[in-house]
Design a protein around this ligand. Sequence first.
Ligand SMILES: [Zn+2]
Ligand SMILES: [Zn+2]
Length: 124
Amino acid sequence: MGERFVYTRHRTTCYHCGQEADQIIKAVRPQAQVICANCGATRIFIPRTSEVGKKGLYTRIGCYDLWELTTDALCRNCGVAGHHELAIGCNHFTVRCSNCGFTHFYKFNLEYIGKCPIDMEESP
Ligand SMILES: [Zn+2]
Ligand SMILES: [Zn+2]
């Protein structure tokens, strides 16, 4: 718990403040978050399932652009630290290991603006 799994950022137009700003993307085992660096709009995703799956298995049409990103992370299935594919939409957040295909699927849980106590323990 609390172990950092994914930490990256994606510069895009924020759905909340409408500014072009870094959206900070981070995930640990029990939770994934996307936070606007400009306005603090935060979306929380909670784990739903994880399994070895095909690419695009959980990709669905969202209510706005799907972000498809890549980042380096340590896979807990195959133990390789390497390329992971992120797919973030309005209802889901998936992280897939490019090496073994192990996919973490997080489901949208809630959103809020500003700091939340949950965020404190995950901060560097
Ligand atoms: Zn914003
Ligand atoms: Zn793997």
